[in-house]
Each structure stands twice: as C-alpha cells, then as structure tokens.
Ligand binder design. Sequence first.
Ligand code: FES
Length: 144
Amino acid sequence: MVTLNIYPEMAMVKSACQACANKPDMLLEIFHIIQANLGYVPVKAYQQIADALNISRADVFGVVTFYHDFNNSKQAANTITLCQSEACQSMGSAKLKTQLEKSYTVKTVYCLGNCALAPSASIGGKTYGRVDKQRLEAIMEAGL
Ligand code: FES
C-alpha cells in the first residue's frame, strides 16, 4: 500500500523509521524518536510507520496505545501528568491537581519513579520533582 505523505510531520516520521533501518523490532525506539522531535506520535503517522516496517497499522496502534507515555496529539503533549500515589499524595499532590485542573489538562498516574522528590509531575516526557503550582506553570509557559 502506498501512503501519500501530505502532513508536515511526514519527513520526521520517515527519518525516524530510516534511522532504525525500518526494523519492526525497533518500533518503540521509533516512537521515542518521533515523540522527542514532535512532542507526540501523530495518529496520521501510524499507517506510514506500518508501511515502512511492513507491519499492520493495528500492530502500530496496539503498541503506541499500550504505553501511556506516548502522546498522540499536540494537545496531549501539553498535558501535565501528575503522580497521585502515596508519596506524592503525602506531599500535597491531590490539592495541586485541583489547582492545576482549572487551567491545564491534568492526567493522573500512580508513581513516576521519582518518589524521593515528591510531589512529582511529568511534562512532555520529562519528569520534575518537588513541584508546586508556580513551578509547573513556569515550565508550561516556557514550553519545556
Ligand atoms: S509516589 Fe509519586 S513518584 Fe512515586
């Protein structure tokens, strides 16, 4: 099947696949490269990746949606992922979530592996510790 590549992210997706020699066992690495460059893995890219790796679109969809850290839209890339597990809750993450939800899309996870620096959040795939509302707002405004 020939895919017409008419969306702007096309070249990035193509180069990510080529960097991994179009190997199906490099699918996760391809997602990481694309997300590192675009901030998300576009849904429109699923067929292009499938064609390049000679696998089905369902295989691509199944893997990319299994891992919650892969975003599939620019909006999702601007989401604050906030830990609500025990260590972070004990440091006020529930209250922080309530404060942030007024201005941002907040996704809940249960442990980012950064418990010693609770409360923890993740933005654009980068984890931040000892966060508060002001710090997270500054990070979001800086587009980090
Ligand atoms: S409990 Fe929040 S990072 Fe582990």
